[in-house]
Ligand binder design. Structure first.
Ligand SMILES: Nc1ncnc2c1ncn2[C@@H]1O[C@H](COP(=O)(O)OP(=O)(O)OP(=O)(O)O)[C@@H](O)[C@H]1O
Length: 434
């Protein structure tokens, strides 16, 4: 579309619900993500360029009820003008006050946050909102998606699909994002191994009359591993690629790194993958060493060159990286896995299983985000009343669940519009991460 739509929001807070009402207005040649956002308080009733209301924040217990209600107007650099309308019908009861964000921002040592959970529960929105919040707190932040079905671009309302680290447009924040294509990561590795290693070993083994062995024992096994990878290998490689990037001095500035991971099943398999790979690669390496020692015996007779091949080195390097990823996952000082769920019995049950698996793997978990919670109300429609009861039943499960009850439970409200773009993510982040 030539003319980009500027999405604006109006906040309406009714006794029965807390709702963000969106209006879409004004067009300009700039995309909604092209301008830099700056927030300025506006008195209620004033017309502003765009924004979110601190009244809504207040309704979630962020601000004291005695303070006046402000709307925050957004002015965008780059020519985008956004009109917005703010209406406050009433103020709902505070939901709850969450704690723990101070601890998350403390210190400048690099920390990793992995957000995981069932498909569609809001992992990406919450990962992106956490990234905005960290960046707003002064942390140079990178948010990475390793989910093959990326939605980080949609969440930030900008194209982040380049496979490299990209600055998030429209904000004066130290905020970067990256979508990694896990399949591509595997393909790159596969190509490099077969190019450098496969032929190298084969040529050498051919020259000493053992070419058949190589095909049978070495390349075949490696090919099998890479052609039919165990579930989670792609994502593990993508994560290990990021971890590898992060070792380079130019990336040392990032003090907070957030992973938006693939839905639960994948993430769980990913966690046990380093062990699996360790064993598989170990076997392959053993096999290759056997061949090589047979070859060097022949070499000593025929005086051929060194049998060490680059594929073996690459496998060793992959194994090292996987071990490093596993260590990062398990490091209580630097890493936290945040479980995201929604208030349904099915999602809570799955979160409980996820927590149990993470515990078995030694991955630190402190927080459970329950997303899409209906805010409290005195006057519900029948549907809302039934839904709220249903959600309460699921929430009660959390406090009684042996795996989940020790976690800090953070509720994130259900909004009546999609959370897209930095201002919206900031709004969500200010409600959730505090
Ligand atoms: N609290 C919320 N209120 C309203 N809509 C929400 C909320 N959280 C997330 N959404 C919406 O739900 C949809 C799915 O969210 P999101 O992409 O963040 O989930 P996900 O868990 O990352 O999904 P996937 O597993 O497919 O990667 C999006 O349209 C998002 O805007």
């Amino acid at each position: 579309m030539a003319a980009a739509m500027a999405t604006t929001m109006a906040v309406s807070v009714a006794p029965s619900s807390v709702a963000l009402r969106s209006t879409v207005s004004s067009s300009s040649s700039s995309s909604s993500s092209s301008g830099a956002a700056s927030f300025a308080p506006l008195r209620l009733g004033e017309s502003s360029s765009s924004g979110f209301s601190s009244c809504a924040l207040r309704s979630f217990g962020v601000q004291e009820l005695s303070r006046p209600c402000y709307a925050y107007g957004l002015s965008a650099r780059g020519g985008a003008k956004r009109d917005f309308l703010l209406t406050v019908r009433a103020v709902a009861n505070p939901v709850e006050v969450n704690r723990g964000f101070e601890e998350m921002i403390a210190g400048t040592t690099r920390k990793y946050y992995m957000l995981g959970g069932k498909g569609g529960v809001g992992k990406t929105s919450l990962a992106a909102s956490l990234a905005v919040k960290f960046a707003n707190s002064g942390h140079p932040t990178l948010v990475v998606s390793t989910d093959p079905a990326h939605s980080l671009s949609d969440s930030f309302a900008q194209d982040l699909s380049g496979g490299t680290i990209m600055p998030v447009d429209g904000v004066d924040l130290p905020l970067y994002a990256m979508e990694i294509n896990p399949e591509q990561a595997r393909e790159e590795f596969r190509a490099s191994v077969s190019k450098d290693g496969g032929t190298g070993v084969k040529d050498f083994m051919d020259s000493v009359g053992l070419g058949g062995w190589v095909g049978e024992l070495s390349e075949l096994k490696l090919g099998e591993l890479l052609d039919t990878p165990p579930p989670g290998l792609d994502e593990a490689m993508a994560i290990s690629k990021v971890v590898q990037f992060m070792q380079a001095p130019e990336y040392s500035k990032f003090t907070r790194i957030i992973f938006d991971t693939a839905p639960t099943g994948h993430t769980l398999r990913l966690l046990s993958l380093p062990d699996f790979l360790d064993a598989s690669i170990g076997k392959i390496l053993k096999l290759k060493k056997k061949i090589q020692s047979a070859a060097s015996a022949i070499k000593s007779v025929f005086g051929q060159g060194d049998g060490r091949d680059k594929a073996t080195d690459k496998l060793e390097a992959l194994k090292e990286r996987m071990i490093m990823v596993r260590e990062i996952f398990r490091n209580k000082e630097t890493t936290e896995f945040v479980i995201v769920t929604i208030p349904t019995v099915m999602a809570i049950s799955e979160s409980s299983r996820l927590k149990s698996s993470l515990e078995k793997e030694g991955v630190p978990v402190k927080r459970l985000i329950v997303n899409q919670v209906l805010p409290p109300s005195n006057a519900d429609c029948k549907f809302c009343a039934v839904k709220r009861k249903d959600q309460k039943r699921a929430m009660d499960m959390v406090s009684g669940d042996v795996n989940l009850k020790s976690l800090e439970v953070i509720q994130s409200p259900l909004f009546d519009l999609e959370i897209r773009g930095v201002p919206a993510l900031k709004f969500m982040g200010d409600l959730v991460w505090r």
